[in-house]
Design a protein around this ligand. Structure first.
Ligand code: PLP
Length: 397
């Protein structure tokens, strides 16, 4: 059976060039990068080359890159590393405060919730109907004890790009640290930490064609982070633990390939495919809307609301026919929770549950999109026929 994968915001396939680059580090070049002998020096050199490559992707110095196990760790390290420390040294009586948004990934939201246990407070700024944070809300949320603003760059469900440069200016004026979760932006749009004006930025390998379990956190020179792991002095004492050399080499290669793809204009091709997917679905399936329509978005993502359809049912029906997409909704204890991102944008729970996320990547072709389009309208129509709500309201569509 033909299978097409349009769920690249969940994870991307490792590119053959990336696999080829990392493979020798499982066998021939197996050394511990901290060893001083030949084997160690060989892998140390590979780690440092990868660091240069990741730094080049986001416009920083190699020494400002800390390798992590992925986006979740990068987000945690930024938040716990900064939010709670420093206040005691500064003799401040009040605990710290963090500003974040309602549409962050759970790696950020749950870290902020966890901070509360140590007395640190956080404020979640809202988004508008297009899924955008208003920088003025961020400014208004600042308090004298605010240590950190953490607002994502691209949302994982809608692809909506946040006004991070304006938020960076607000943070700089207020002398507050600014972290941005760029997990869904890296490899999809050009990133420049100086233009963004952030102090910390997290990325994840498996969202950009490196394997799962590796990532990086940019830490601006001079930013003192309290480590989360204690052990050796790896990563300049910012992240203890023997380096995941094959993963790091893969991330370096993926960063190099992402830069080459920008230069070749691959992303324009991707956004054209995404736009075609959207246009045909909106044209052929009644009562559909794009979540985040009109907002700036990364070129690969489309979140579409299908009125009167259970998103989960549509995902399963499409999967049976060979198309992999997702709802973007979290599933906990058997109950499908409506997406916190879509409900924060004002969708009713049933509208959020009726939304599907399509996310493309480099490997997708126009044939893949045509295959998806050959399935989606008919499958949506069949599910609607089964919907009592749709049958009651169909005449109004
Ligand atoms: N942040 C965002 C926006 C994400 O989409 C994800 C993963 O889906 C993460 C963080 C977590 O990254 P990882 O899976 O590498 O831990």
């Amino acid at each position: 059976m033909r299978r097409v994968y349009l769920d690249n915001n969940a994870t991307t396939p490792v590119l053959p060039e990336v696999l080829a680059a990392m493979q020798p580090y499982f066998g021939e070049h197996f050394g511990n990068a901290s060893s001083i002998h030949h084997h160690g020096q060989e892998t140390r050199a590979a780690v440092e080359r990868a660091r240069e490559s990741v730094a080049a992707l986001i416009g920083c110095r190699a020494s400002e890159i800390v390798f992590t196990s992925g986006g979740t760790e990068g987000d945690n390290l930024a938040i716990f590393g900064l939010a709670n420390q420093g206040l005691a040294n500064q003799g401040l009586a009040k605990p710290g405060h963090v500003v974040t948004s309602t549409i962050e990934h759970h790696a950020v939201l749950n870290s902020c919730k966890q901070l509360e246990a140590s007395g640190c407070e956080f404020t979640c700024v809202p988004v508008n109907g297009r899924g955008l944070v208003d920088p003025d809300d961020v400014r208004r949320a600042l308090r004298p004890n605010t240590r950190l603003i953490t607002i994502m760059m691209a949302n994982n469900e809608t692809g909506v790009l946040q006004p991070v440069e304006e938020i960076g200016k607000i943070a700089a004026e207020a002398d507050v640290y600014f972290h941005t979760d760029a997990v869904q932006a890296a490899g999809k749009i050009a990133l420049d930490v100086k233009r963004i004006g952030c102090d910390l930025l997290s990325i994840s390998g498996h969202k950009m064609h490196a394997p799962q379990g590796v990532g990086a956190l940019y830490v601006k020179k001079g930013t003192v982070l309290r480590p989360m792991l204690y052990g050796g002095s790896h990563e300049r004492s910012r992240r203890a633990g023997t380096e995941n050399v094959p993963g790091i080499v893969a991330l370096g290669k993926a960063a190099e390939l992402a830069r080459a793809a920008f230069a070749r204009g691959d992303l324009d091709r991707m956004s054209a495919l995404r736009d075609r997917l959207e246009q045909v679905i909106l044209g052929e399936v009644k009562a559909t809307t794009v979540n985040g329509q009109g907002a700036p978005r990364v070129p690969n993502t489309s979140s579409i609301h299908f009125d009167c359809i259970e998103g989960e049912a549509l995902v399963i029906a499409l999967d049976l026919k060979g198309l992999a997409v997702s709802t973007g909704a979290a599933c906990s204890s058997g109950a499908i929770e409506p997406s916190h991102v879509l409900t924060a944008m004002g969708l009713r729970p049933e509208q959020a549950r009726g939304s599907l996320r399509f996310s493309l990547a480099k490997q997708n072709t126009s044939k893949d999109v045509e295959f998806a389009l050959s399935l989606i309208p008919s499958t949506a129509a069949r599910l609607r026929e089964l919907s009592p709500v749709y049958n009651k309201t169909a005449s109004s569509f």
